[in-house]
Design a protein. Structure first.
Length: 133
């Protein structure tokens, strides 16, 4: 699953229908995170079958991947504008990925997750004030 999947924005009518749901952003992150884990379950099971002693690598990898997924989703909605078609999120996501390589900057992905979530919540509250995010 590539991060560019989260470049295209939904139409305003679709957003209005979804934004009325409580905890829209968190529910979307949870749903897509579970789908991601379900998609990679066969690979994870094979890795555990042959490398049982390295189980902690899977936990760390899944945590990083699901956090990255959340950053992409939250960035998408933090840049939401009603008539905009796409959001170019490759640059911020590439910078966060590079930050993972440098150990003392690696926690930046968790900070970015919180920052993007707050910005997305504010942006959706601005365009859909009647919704409960």
């Amino acid at each position: 699953i590539t991060i560019s999947f989260y470049d295209e924005l939904e139409h305003r009518m679709l957003m209005e229908a979804n934004a009325l749901r409580p905890n829209f952003l968190l529910r979307k992150w949870l749903k897509h995170g579970l789908f991601f884990i379900l998609l990679f379950t066969p690979h994870l099971l094979l890795f555990l079958l042959f490398h049982r002693q390295l189980w902690y690598l899977i936990v760390v990898l899944l945590l990083i991947c699901v956090t990255f997924l959340g950053c992409a989703i939250f960035y998408k909605y933090s840049a939401y504008l009603p008539r905009r078609q796409t959001v170019n999120n490759q640059t911020p996501m590439a910078l966060l990925f590079v930050a993972l390589i440098i150990p003392f900057i690696a926690p930046a992905i968790f900070v970015a997750l919180i920052v993007f979530y707050r910005k997305a919540k504010r942006r959706l509250n601005y365009f859909f004030p009647y919704a409960h995010h």
